[in-house]
Design a protein around this ligand. Sequence first.
Ligand code: 4F9
Length: 255
Amino acid sequence: MPDPSAALRFDVVTLFPELFDLPLRVSVIGRAIERGVISVEAHDLRQHGIGRHRAVDDYPYGGGAGMVMRPEPLFAAVEPLRAAGAMVILMDPAGERLTDRLARELAAAGHLAIVCGRYEGIDERTRALADREVSIGDYVLTGGELPALVLIDAVARLVPGVIEPASHESDSFADGLLEGPQYTRPETFREMAVPDVLLSGHHGEVARWRRREALRRTLRRRPDLLEGAPLSPEDRVELDRLARTDEAADGADER
Ligand code: 4F9
């Protein structure tokens, strides 16, 4: 059910609304929906299908393999959502890449209508419906439903009240770096010990260690991220040092 009191509302247009049942009923997102912080409604595109067979696709003009989604059902399903104020997002491999930054932007939108394609693609004229086209990565899937669920998950957890506020501050990417290692009990597992500093109770030292490990991991695994990350002069000194040493060259980040 649409919930106008939700801080963020998602409407999804899809041929397979049942794909949105279970993933949205469990865990953090399931609880947020139950509490009414966000709302998600899946709309069956078939209801706008054409003719006795409720057709939503047809052969491509000019020939070629596979089927193409017709524009009329998509327009019929999406126009009322756009009229209700939704920002319309088309999940498409040719779209802009979903990043932490884009997720934060979308979380502020209030109302998102997400369009999921199937088959070989959508009629080009359907793109006129979309405010944005979003890709979750460079691979083709059988449809936009799993990308839509990824987008909903990434965006919903940024909505105030969905998770503990402190949680996203330390997210990988929130500060432009990967998150460093984390540990829980036991103190020693198969002869692998938790770093002493984490057991020391020195909050300042723990914070410095975490920053250093985040820098190390980012340098080793995703050096491209360092270009866009806000770095202090101390960070830069540390990065220079890390780049010059093979300290901890036996760690998981050096494999
Ligand atoms: C959409 C793939 C967004 C990646 C939609 C087939 C898609 C996709 N990101 N693939 N339909």
